[in-house]
Design a binder for this molecule. Structure first.
Ligand code: C2O
Ligand code: CU
Length: 434
């Protein structure tokens, strides 16, 4: 059972606890873990005073279980419940969060991780999960509620925070041993901040993005993890016993430790790196898009501060989705602000689709696709051309050409995962026939 409810979180040692909303009253919510191909059955019991749902981010899921309020289900009122039940086709690192007022509910702490284990996982000594968040709090460490709905945030970068946590703790400590190989799973649950991550003195190797394997490649320097994205890294802990090293978030030329790896004293586990393959087994059934046979769909990303809405921009009209009156709609996709009544595209099952996303704004966006994964055919996002993404970062003024085989029947959202942008109109949907 997952029960979103108010709770208290001690983010900073020896400081007052923060009033949060969390699954089971904790942040992050319970870690859900199962094996590839298994079925997850979990009941949502709403302990909040506002309606909610659970969306299973990145899972190629049965559409009825996608958790999108106003589209795949009604939002669950306070005190009521909903039974989620679905199988997980892909191994990897996924997460869950509300899909109703997510700009508020996620910011208050409603998120958790879903790990699907490979049938034959690659060899590692330790599996370390760091769920990263960027909170906006006051001096008293309480969530800044006055700024919820701030048009300044909605029309600019979104709700950027001032306190980083990993697994709900500021400067979390992770114990490791010299010589170990760590599988490090990173999840960005922040509303809006793209995390520029760096781990000094180590040579991390990227093995998966958004839960899907990539050809292992060095990930030294910084790794940009956009809201909603995940990265799996293999890291050989090469320092001497007793060392400490931070996982840093870089903001301009500032460096903020998000977590510390503390090497235990004593002897090393081994004196040379583990000699075992790093590559993950390929996930099943992901059909490669053939651009030459694809329906080509343009997707212009528009609006925001210091940008402009194209002439003739109008509200989407799918008001059950937005729950607002059209005010606050400061972003548009193809000239439509907010969920359109008609889908971006409507295709029979199995159709190959190329979406040409053009970011015609002065802000970065993290475009997320439900129910499917996409190949980045052109664009600057990390992961490379063999990556399957569910969320793609597109820098200001840049574009990304993505391809997918639309093989999961139902109605699926495409939206920016900067949650204020989504709420501010950067959302649309597509339909795949049965
Ligand atoms: Cu993680 Cu539509 O969201
Ligand atoms: Cu955005």
């Amino acid at each position: 059972m997952l029960r979103p409810a108010p709770g208290l979180l001690s983010m900073v040692a020896d400081a007052p606890a923060t009033a949060i909303w969390g699954y089971g009253g904790t942040v992050p919510g319970p870690l859900l873990r199962l094996r590839q191909g298994e079925t997850l059955a979990v009941r949502l019991e709403n302990g909040l005073d506002q309606p909610t749902t659970i969306h299973w981010h990145g899972i190629r899921i049965d559409n009825r279980m996608d958790g999108v309020a106003g589209m795949t289900q009604d939002a669950v009122p306070p005190g009521e419940g909903f039974d989620y039940r679905f199988t997980v086709p892909d191994a990897g690192t996924f997460w869950y969060h509300p899909h109703n007022r997510s700009w508020e509910q996620v910011a208050r702490g409603l998120y958790g991780v879903l790990i699907v284990d490979e049938t034959e996982p690659p060899q590692a000594d330790r599996d370390v999960l760091l769920v990263l968040d960027d909170w906006r709090v006051g001096q008293d460490l309480q969530i800044d509620e006055a700024s919820f709905g701030s048009m300044m945030d909605w029309s600019h970068a979104g709700r950027l925070g001032n306190l980083l946590t990993a697994n709900g703790r500021n400067e979390a400590r992770v114990a490791v041993r010299s010589g170990e190989r760590v599988r490090l799973r990173l999840v960005n649950t922040a509303n809006a901040r793209v995390l520029e991550l760096a781990l000094a003195d180590h040579s991390p190797v990227l093995i998966a993005v958004d839960g899907q394997p990539v050809t292992p490649r060095p990930a030294g320097g910084t790794l940009a993890l956009a809201p909603g994205q995940r990265a799996d890294l293999m890291v050989d802990m090469a320092l001497a016993p007793g060392a400490s090293v931070p996982l840093e978030v870089r903001v301009g030329d500032q460096r903020h430790p998000a977590a510390w790896f503390d090497y235990e004293a004593g002897t090393a586990v081994r004196d040379h790196p583990l000699d075992a393959p790093l590559a993950l087994a390929v996930n099943g059934q992901l059909a490669a898009p053939d651009p030459s046979a694809a329906l080509v769909v343009p997707l212009a990303i528009q609006g925001g501060a210091m940008g402009h809405m194209p002439d003739g921009t109008h509200p989407g009209g799918h008001m059950s989705m937005m729950g607002n009156d059209g005010s606050g709609l400061v972003w548009a996709l193809n000239g439509i602000a907010g969920m359109p009544g008609r889908p971006l595209f409507d295709v029979p099952r199995g159709r190959h689709v190329v979406i040409e996303m053009v970011n015609d704004t002065v802000w970065p966006h993290a475009m997320h696709l439900h129910g499917h994964h996409m190949r980045v055919l052109a664009g600057s996002d990390m992961g490379g051309s063999d990556a399957w993404r569910d969320t793609v970062l597109i820098e200001a003024g840049q574009s990304a050409r993505v391809g997918l085989v639309a093989d999961n029947p139902g109605q699926w959202m495409i939206h920016c995962h900067m949650l204020e942008h989504q709420a501010g109109g950067m959302a649309t949907w597509f339909r795949v026939g049965a």
